[in-house]
Structures are given as C-alpha cells and as structure tokens.
Design a protein around this ligand. Structure first.
Ligand code: FES
Length: 341
C-alpha cells in the first residue's frame, strides 16, 4: 500500500522518495541525485525542472527567474516546489564537472569567534563527524528558535573535514547576524546546518590553469577555500587573489594571504579599497585585474561578492578575453547571502 505522506520523484534516469511538504531539490540531493542548484531561495532559477507528469505545489516565481514560456512548458523551481502526487520530472544536465556529495544534516560546536575587521567575524566550528563538500560550496545554518536558515560559504578546504570556517559580516537588524551571531553566539554553542549546497565549486578538471579570484567583502570566504584546495593539489599553481572592500578597516585575512604568497611562488595577493586612499590600490577589483593583465585567455576565474561587483568583474574578464565557460560566479546579497549562477 502506498504511503500517502511519501511521493515518488522519477527523473527518468533514477527515482527518489519525497516526504509530504519536502521540496523536490532537497529530496533529490539527499538521495545523491545531484542537479544544478545555487541559491535554494527561489531567486536564481538554476534548479528549474520540467514536470512532465503528476502535480506539484509551486509558488509563483518572478519572470526574471522563470519566464512565462517556461511556466507554460511545466517548469518549476525545484528548491521551492513540493510534490502533491508522484511526479516525473526532467532535470537540467549537471555541467559542473564535479563529483558532488550527498546533502545531509550536520551538527557541530563553535570553537572560535574572532573579530577580523569592522563588523566582521570569523567563526570556526568543530563538527561532530566529517563532512564532505567541494571548495566553494555553502551550508545553511539553522537560526535557533526559528524555522529560518542562512547560507554561509565554507572558507576552509574540504581536506579539513572536521572543521568549518565561516566569514560573517553583520547586517543591520539581521535576524542571523545582529540578533544572534553578533549578539548571543558564543564558543561552545551547538550549531546545526544542512549542506553542501551550490554549484559554485572548485573545478579539478582544469589542472595547471592559472586562477583569477575576485572577491568583494566576505565573498572572500569561498575563494579562500578554492585557493587553498587548488594549492593542495599543485603548490606552484598560479593564483591571483583580488580582495575588494571599501575601507582599510574592512580588510581582513591580510596576514593569511601574505603568508600564502610567501609560501607559494605563484600566489599574488592584491587588496583593493574603493573608498579610501592608502598605501595600496584604490580601485575596484575588476579594474585592478585589468591593469595587471593584457589577456586572461589562458586563465580561469571565480568571483564572489555583491552583485554589482560580480557583474563588473565578469565584464572586465570578458574584456580581457576570458572564455565565459571559464568564469564561475556567486553573488551575495546583504540580507541573506543569496547566490546566483
Ligand atoms: S531558484 Fe532554486 S536554486 Fe536558485
């Protein structure tokens, strides 16, 4: 007899079970059926699937995320939609080139909270058990006493399987930051989270290709993980890290990047301030990169930060002839670290 609280999701190649009220994306990823995804909040469209049989509860999506034509064809956002019956769906091909890990719940204990810059802390968490992810991905932290979560990217490489490092900037009135992390969170606190999420992943199928990393604010976190993961594989890898913030008081991890440059002959670290003259570069990260490179044709890039910074950085890389397929990006928004492809 069929369990009325469980539905079947058939993707053609495989099938998964999905609890009543469980989102399609969550069900697929928890059962090892990876499909492209990014924000998990209904804002990027990466996770769209086409429902070819059965019924789903799919909340309205903005036209910018799901077009009228796509809706007519049966597309829904799998991160927002729940099955009402058994369903058959057509998924997007995963072109990330990555070996993805199963989504799961993880628990840990805060082992340090360090103020690293104005309104910015680095939080490390000791996990109860090892956790597999790809450098660049994120977890969703559960906010105690609420049903809310917030996404934070890991700043450490996956080789440190028992620890996670997060860079967190205070958001005025932010439920997660102002009212929890910057208020009551203390060393020894228990944390629960779900992950890994997202397609912003270190690609290991481009060995030897020089990396250009453009970070804005705490968008530095996943790029630190990617740089460290790349250098673990090849200590001589060319890595150019540009970190943009507004003022010197917002700059952090300077000693870490200087040490990394000293240890690795091909690592270049360029901090950039956009609103303060100082002894270093005063400009946006994309402009600094364009000053340094006549051509980026032979490099690959990862960008993470506020949307305007990421979009300007992508334009700069294309002007320096980088192929679009070699540009990976993730956009943070102030309120909830939303991400987009
Ligand atoms: S809209 Fe579903 S992952 Fe972004």
């Amino acid at each position: 007899m069929t369990d009325p609280t469980t539905f079947r999701i058939d993707t053609g190649a495989d099938s998964a079970t999905c609890g009543a009220g469980q989102r399609i994306l969550d069900a697929l990823l928890r059962q090892g059926m990876w499909i492209p995804n990014s924000c998990n909040q209904g804002t990027c469209g990466t996770c769209k699937v086409r429902v070819i049989d059965g019924m789903v509860d799919a909340p309205p999506a903005p036209d910018t995320v799901l077009s009228e034509a796509e809706r007519q064809q049966g597309y829904v956002l799998s991160c927002q939609s729940t099955p009402l019956t058994d369903v058959a769906v057509e998924t997007q091909a995963d072109e990330s080139g990555a070996h993805h890990h199963v989504l799961r719940d993880v628990a840990g204990t805060v082992s340090s909270i360090t103020t690293v810059a104005d309104d910015t802390v680095s939080v490390t968490v000791s996990l109860d058990e090892p956790f597999e992810f790809i450098a660049g991905q994120y977890v969703e932290l559960s906010i105690p006493g609420t049903d809310q979560t917030r996404p934070y990217s890991m700043a450490n490489p996956p080789s440190e399987a028992d620890t996670l490092e997060f860079h967190i900037r205070r958001q005025p009135d932010g439920l997660a930051t102002d009212r929890w992390i910057f208020d009551t969170l203390a060393v020894g606190a228990s944390l629960s989270m779900t992950g890994p999420w997202g397609d912003f992943c270190h690609r290991q199928d481009e060995p030897g290709v020089g990396l250009i990393l453009l970070a804005g604010g705490t968008g530095l976190a996943p790029l630190k993980a990617i740089a460290r993961a790349a250098l673990e594989i090849d200590p001589d890898r060319e890595v150019h890290l540009y970190h943009g913030v507004r003022t010197e008081a917002e700059l952090y991890d300077v000693d870490f990047w200087r040490s990394l440059s000293a240890e690795h002959p091909n690592v270049r670290y360029t901090p950039c301030l956009s609103r303060q003259e100082w002894c270093g570069r005063t400009c946006y990260v994309g402009d600094a990169m364009m000053d340094d490179f006549d051509s980026c044709r032979d490099h690959a890039a990862y960008l993470c930060g506020p949307p305007a910074m990421v979009e300007a950085g992508v334009r700069a890389l294309k002007r320096r002839r980088m192929a679009p397929r070699r540009i990976k990006r993730e956009k943070y928004t102030p309120a909830a670290t939303l991400v987009a492809p």
